[in-house]
Every structure is written in C-alpha cells, then in structure tokens.
Design a protein around this ligand. Structure first.
Ligand SMILES: Nc1nc2c(c(=O)[nH]1)N[C@H]1C(S)=C(S)[C@@H](COP(=O)(O)OP(=O)(O)OC[C@H]3O[C@@H](n4cnc5c(N)ncnc54)[C@H](O)[C@@H]3O)O[C@H]1N2
Ligand code: MOO
Length: 401
C-alpha cells in the first residue's frame, strides 16, 4: 500500500464512511432557506391550475376566425375571476394570468387587434395566421399534478421557496442543522484582537472554519483551541464530543513531536486514513470517535481550505442528510505551463483571464491565503501529469463550494 492514499480513493473512503446523523423537524417554509429537505415533495395540484392568458388581449375560438371578421366583446375577464363559457363568434377581453373561458382556444395580444365600436378584428395575413393555443399557458405548464418537485436531501434555495409557495405549502420537513465542533491547535496561535509576542501568529483557521461551516449551512457547535500537548488536545476533543455531530480540527496532524491530534484520535477511537496524495493538504486524518466522524485538517491555511472544500464539505453534507451532488468541473484552457510532473493531485489556485484562460496565482504556498482570495477557483491537476499551455484541465469555481 502506498504511503500516500490517492486522492480519489481517499474521497471515496470518506464519503462511503459517512451517513446521515441528524433527525428531521417540520418548520415554516419561510425559515427553510439553506436547510436540507427531509422529504420528497410531490405536487398535490398542477401549476398553473388552469389554462390562462400569457398576454393582455382577446380570447376567442380559432375555428371562428377570419381575417376581416368582427368579433363582439361578450365578456371581460381580469386575472383572479372565474369566466363564463364563451359565446360562439364573440371574443372575451382578457388580461395576463386570467382564466381562459371554455370555448376559447387562442389569445391575441391587444397590440395585434383592431378595436372598433362594433367589436374586434384580428387582421392577420395568411403567412402569419393565428394558431390554436397562441398566448395560452396551459394548465400544468410549470408543474404537473403528482410530479416530484423536490427530492429529499436537496438544499433549499430561494427558487425552491418560490416553487413550494406556488403549490400553497407553508411548512416543510427538513433535517435538523448539523452541529460541527471545531478545534484549532498550536502554541503559536493568538486570537485576533490580542497583541502578538515574538514567534506568535493570529489564529486564522478557527474563524475561517467557522465561516466555512456556516457558509455550507451548518451550525458551529463550539470552537475550541488547544495548545500543543496531548493532554490539552484530548481535553478539547473530549469536550467537543459532547456537543458535536461531526468534528473538524486544524493543525497538529503532521509528523513532528508537537503534532498530537492523530495519536489522541488513535487513543479515543479509530483512525481510518492519514496522509493523502494531494497538494496542498497531504497530512489529512480521518477517524471515528464514539460514532462521531472526525476530520483532522492540516494547519497550513491553504491546506485547511483545500481539505475543507474537497473532503470536509462532503463529509458534512452526507452527515447533514444532504444529497451529494457531484461537483461538476468546467473544462478550462491553461494559460500557463509547468513542466514538472507532479506526484500528488494538485489544486492550483487560478483566476480566469479576460481571454478565458486559467492563470495560476504566483503564490501557491500552502501557508498563503491571499492567493485564494485573489483567485476564482481550483485547477485540478492529476498526479503524474504536468501542465501544458493550451490544454484543457478541470476547473472548479469557488462559487460551487
Ligand atoms: N517533516 C515533515 N514536516 C512536514 C510535513 C511532512 O510531511 N514532513 N508535511 C508538511 C505539510 S505538507 C503540512 S500541510 C504541514 C501540516 O502540519 P500540521 O497539520 O501538523 O499543522 P501545524 O504544524 O500545526 O501547522 C502548520 C502551519 O500552519 C500554521 N497554522 C496552524 N494552525 C493555524 C491556525 N489556526 N491559523 C493560522 N495558521 C495556522 C502553523 O503556524 C504552521 O505554520 O506540515 C508540514 N510539515
Ligand atoms: O500538504 Mo501541505 O498542505 O503541502 O502544505
């Protein structure tokens, strides 16, 4: 077995090991934005529920039409009112959204009608003659009765809220929010807002992980920090186990004697994998403690970001009951070359230029975070390949994460 697990294998192992960990609850539809649907929704009615006019104009029966014929207006149908059956050889004045009367099968917009005191003519030429169904939005055009409009596991967007409202729903069964515990490790770290001593740096992964978890739609159960001792690491992990469905940590997963996370995970539970053939993010560790999944992300800020995006996000999604929609890459042409053949799958932070090509940010250090802020996504370069100007590679925009 190679020392570093190939990227795809690690991804599959983490996904396969994950399962839904949260119960469901019914909540007002208006509170369901970004929550995960815990039920399929089948339409109990068609939308629209009746044939209706797409234009302000006149409804009549196409079989009655001749270009010079005058149609008396026999009724007026605003939106929201029930029409009468249409008298043959007459037309109805009708408005956008109004119910098409029985007996009518076409609407002509008012700009194309010739209105006089006697009635209305529809003077179309032979080549441009009106057709049955013109300007009529048929019943069920948007949603058919019985159609599944929402699948369990879908994250609710503003469009879903509109769609479900169009079916008259006011409540939705969703999964309870996943509670994510966060641990940061390292003696050198100081929370923002405090003065730095020599050798110290600010803790940026804690706030970033909290923001990533919230951005993904989950709840931060607690965010703790542990100094680099096994006692402090064990104490913090034990505390997080009390309040979390899943735990993420940053730092302390490499090989140095200051790295305690992996050994504590081995002590408290079972470690499934450690070290993946990716750059950045190599020393990722995956474990389970008392049934709670634990993902130890490497401490370098860009390694934390990349491993969150590729591994933690998927673990959290599945734990939260969210269907894992496969991230779809966009083929993008590289605007740069790199002759070196790489051993690990690499996630190069790139921006898309005005010419549509992908350009690598000049700073790809795993310690550098500004590069990610100045980039638009990842160019995924598979292990054992290089980058050639003009070739296509898989681009994953940050907006997809
Ligand atoms: N001898 C070896 N050393 C290292 C290896 C290796 O294979 N052999 N791997 C390197 C790689 S790759 C990475 S990635 C890092 C990961 O190390 P850890 O996960 O143990 O992280 P730390 O050592 O705790 O920290 C690394 C780096 O990141 C900074 N850091 C950590 N936490 C935070 C935080 N919350 N906010 C901001 N910055 C943070 C920390 O100060 C270090 O600079 O190991 C390499 N070493
Ligand atoms: O894997 Mo480390 O994340 O390259 O710096």
């Amino acid at each position: 077995m190679p020392e570093l697990l190939p990227f795809e294998e690690a991804l599959k192992a983490i996904e396969d090991g994950a399962s839904q960990l949260v119960a469901s609850e019914a909540i007002p539809l208006m509170d369901s934005l970004n929550r995960i649907a815990a039920q399929d929704i089948c339409a109990q009615q068609a939308v629209p529920a009746f044939d209706n006019s797409a234009m302000d104009g006149y409804a009549f029966c196409i079989e009655d039409w001749q270009s010079d014929k005058c149609f008396p207006v026999s009724q007026r149908i605003p939106a929201g009112y029930a029409p009468e059956r249409l008298t043959p050889n007459t037309c109805a004045r009708i408005f956008t959204g109004a119910n098409i009367p029985t007996g009518a099968n076409i609407v002509v917009m008012q700009e194309e009608a010739d209105v006089s005191k006697q009635g209305v003519r529809f003077p179309f030429s032979k080549s441009n003659s009106p057709k049955q169904g013109d300007n009529i939005r048929p019943k069920g055009q948007d949603i058919q009765l019985g159609q599944t409009v929402l699948a369990k596991g879908t994250k609710i967007t503003p469009m879903h809220i509109g769609l479900l409202s169009s079916l008259g729903l006011t409540e939705l069964k969703v999964f309870k929010p996943l509670r994510v515990g966060i641990l940061t490790t390292g003696d050198e770290l100081v929370p923002a807002g405090h003065p730095l001593q020599k050798g110290q740096i600010y803790n940026s992964n804690g706030p970033m992980l909290m923001a990533l978890v919230r951005h993904s739609g989950y709840v931060v159960a607690n965010c703790l920090h542990a100094e680099d001792t096994s006692e402090a690491t064990e104490k913090a992990i034990t505390e997080l186990l009390q309040c979390s469905d899943v735990i993420l940590s940053s730092g302390g997963v490499s090989v140095g004697e200051e790295d305690h996370v992996k050994s504590i995970l081995q002590k408290l539970g079972s470690v499934h994998l450690w070290k993946i053939a990716i750059k950045p993010g190599k020393p990722l560790v995956h474990a389970t403690l008392s049934g709670i999944p634990f993902l130890g992300l490497p401490g370098n800020p860009s390694s934390t970001l990349v491993t969150y995006h590729w591994f933690a996000r998927r673990l959290l999604a599945k734990s939260a009951g969210q269907s894992l929609t496969c991230d779809r890459p966009y083929p993008v042409v590289a605007g740069f070359s790199r002759e070196k053949t790489i051993k690990r799958d690499e996630f190069i932070r790139v921006a898309i230029g005005d010419d549509g090509l992908a350009y690598a940010h000049p700073q790809q250090s795993s310690g550098a975070l500004l590069a990610a802020c100045e980039s638009q996504g990842y160019l995924h370069i598979k292990a054992h390949s290089n980058v050639e100007y003009g070739n296509h590679y898989d681009f994953y925009p940050f907006t997809g994460f």
